[in-house]
Write a new protein. Structure first.
Length: 297
């Protein structure tokens, strides 16, 4: 059974950009598309008499919204099998449930109402930390630098082997017939003793070499399990990870980062790097749970 690309829509400009991205992803990967709108309209419409057969106004609007979104997706990708669903519940709870049986969930970075003016919508942030599958957050506005076709960027952390994020990034690059830029950022430990100025260069070189060796080890394993026709570029840089990833993501189609499990499937740890990427990255960001691959094995 093919798991669908799920996209959450709320009628905002951000969700329309997310819909377009999701439709393109479904067309490229040959996956079905599931358009979902979730809202607690029943809570605000009040309790209706059992004999009242008239549908709540919000429900009618929601059905029109997803129907229009489904039609838009079909225009963008006529070959895409698209279905729509309206769910009368909390958006985060609905999308977390959808993530159990989804290839990925796509959202816009901003929503409607009071959260529309925030840099990152509360639904996007909450879902990124609780989803059972990768979550892609698409910016509400077009990037300043046009993306290079097929370019995917992934951050490589301290783990000994390839992470679920790295494997997902490689698969994304392969589906785009593009290239993967693997970024390994390093910083000198704060507790490291300062030595003679003539020796400080050798210390920096040692840290840089260690980062290079770690990156090569990770990519060597990743390459054996991935696609051999993807060009992989190595980038070993000194500096804050979030800053280096943001710079590397300029002109990329997708930036991929991982999320560490904090206990069962109750939540994942979105550290400062994840938050910075979701708020400031110049391209769509995929947050991949570290247990994603094992859960789908």
């Amino acid at each position: 059974m093919q798991l669908p690309v799920v996209v959450g829509v709320d009628g905002s400009q951000g969700s329309l950009r997310a819909l377009d991205w999701a439709a393109a992803e479904a067309a490229r990967s040959g996956l079905p598309l599931r358009v979902v709108h979730a809202s607690l309209w029943e809570r605000y419409e009040g309790i209706r008499p059992a004999s009242d057969t008239e549908r709540p106004t919000e429900q009618v609007l929601a059905e029109h919204l997803v129907a229009a979104a489904q039609e838009r997706a079909q225009r963008l990708g006529p070959e895409v099998r698209a279905v729509a669903s309206v769910q009368p519940e909390d958006p985060v709870a609905a999308l977390v449930r959808e993530s159990h049986e989804a290839a990925l969930v796509v959202l816009g970075s901003r929503g409607r109402g009071r959260i529309a003016g925030m840099l990152l919508g509360s639904v996007s942030l909450s879902l990124a930390g609780r989803s059972h599958c990768p979550v892609v957050v698409v910016q509400a506005t077009a990037p300043g630098i046009p993306p290079k076709s097929g370019r995917v960027v992934v951050g490589i952390g301290d783990a000994a082997g390839p992470s679920a994020a790295a494997a997902f990034a490689l698969a994304q690059a392969a589906s785009r017939h593009g290239e993967l830029i693997a970024v390994r950022a390093w910083r000198r430990p704060a507790h490291e003793a300062m030595t003679h100025p003539l020796l400080s260069g050798s210390q920096a070189s040692a840290h840089h070499q260690q980062a290079e060796e770690h990156l090569e080890e990770v990519l060597a394993v990743l390459d054996r399990t991935g696609s051999s026709d993807v060009t992989i570029h190595r980038s070993v840089v000194q500096g804050p990870t979030h800053q280096e990833l943001i710079e590397a993501a300029a002109g990329a189609e997708l930036l991929v980062v991982g999320a560490r499990r904090t206990g069962g499937w109750h939540g994942f740890h979105l550290g400062p790097v994840n938050h910075a990427m979701l708020h400031y990255a110049p391209c769509p960001v995929a947050v991949v749970p570290d247990a994603y691959l094992s859960s789908r094995a």
